[in-house]
Design a protein around this ligand. Sequence first.
Ligand SMILES: Nc1nc2c(c(=O)[nH]1)N[C@H]1C(S)=C(S)[C@@H](COP(=O)(O)O)O[C@H]1N2
Ligand SMILES: [Mo]
Length: 414
Amino acid sequence: MNEDLSDESGYEQARARQWDRLTRRGLLHASAGAGLGAAFSGLVAGPARAAGPIVKPLPPELFVTHGTNAETRWEALRGTGDLTPADRFFVRNHTSTPLIDARTWRLRLWGTGLHGAPAEERPVEFSYEDLLGMRAETLTAFIECAGNGRSFYTTQQGQSVSGTPWKLGAIGVARWRGVPLATVLERARLRRNAVDVLPRGLDAAFVSGGVDLGRVRRPLPVAKALKDVLLAYEMNGRPLPPDHGFPVRLVVPSWVGIASIKWLGDIQVSDVPLFSPWNTTFYRMYGAGHPPEGGPPLTRQVVKSAFELPWDATLAAGRTHVLHGRSWSGDGRVGRVEVSTDGGLTWHRAAPRGRQPARSWLRWEFRWRPDGPGAHELLARATDETGLAQPAEVPHNTQGYLFGAVVRHPVTVA
Ligand SMILES: Nc1nc2c(c(=O)[nH]1)N[C@H]1C(S)=C(S)[C@@H](COP(=O)(O)O)O[C@H]1N2
Ligand SMILES: [Mo]
């Protein structure tokens, strides 16, 4: 296959064609759920379950919880640098954080995309120590949920969407260290005709609407897997915390958070396209304006901005405040940030604070002296280096993914 599948539009076009072919041939069902994957999961030692869905403390001044998930409060990022400390990094769990023993843990690679390991019964195995012994790389990158900002489809656009009603706190930036997925694929003797890898977590199977969808897993094109994906075992200089994927997680820079599978147990490598509910039912756009079978699988995150302020902040009238915020994009660095304090009538440039690491966020500040007391809305909009800017409104999709419109942040001047 000579298409550049690390390129977003190329990937999406290729996927759309593969999708058509497979659904027409009726193969989807056979490869989607049960089949090989279920048979193989019998080989995976069952990890212990934590008491609650999330292991780390979730003090209310740092997090808002939504079921099995925890959202970072933006005011809790005030005073932090580019890296989000692990104690305030958001958690998105489909079920519960599993507690895994790194001494018995193995990463297993299997499938038709590997030489010599055609069947799932003969996986290529790596222990935690094997990975620690390989040449490591570090990468500073954000992980952001595709649903970050979802609640604003409803509160700003009056639209109904399903899923966790995040504000803007389903993002964090960390310095990840680990082994390039490319290194491990090479050691497992990747075949030239491999097209997809399907990493799968060791957390419990996800049940949605009474249907057991199996363990969390989402296919990734081999070209992306070989480009910049990390098998990470460290976050900000420490071993991964349990909630963020200990012992090893994938970090897929700039792509929707679901791609960065936590608590990695096995990776299927295939010479035919792979499917799971996480690239068919979820993480595609459905609804008016989208194809009935859904848009292409989501890949890159969109441009967004947020203020490091409580939601409904109170600021004193008649004095100058330095407002802090951050902007980011899945397409490259942020080029420009503008702020409006009058509901979007006039816009003024925010001042960057330092240089933005690639695949991370730009921190910025803006001086504002509110004159009279009352309710205000603060708006920030960013344009990335490719020229993509945040619009005033975004088209709806039923699952509320990729809300990239300018968010109106309520502030009370007192
Ligand atoms: N195994 C597994 N991996 C997973 C998930 C999960 O529930 N199980 N959630 C995904 C989603 S939707 C997101 S947004 C990110 C969140 O990573 P974090 O919890 O470390 O912030 O992990 C992804 N990887
Ligand atoms: Mo997510």
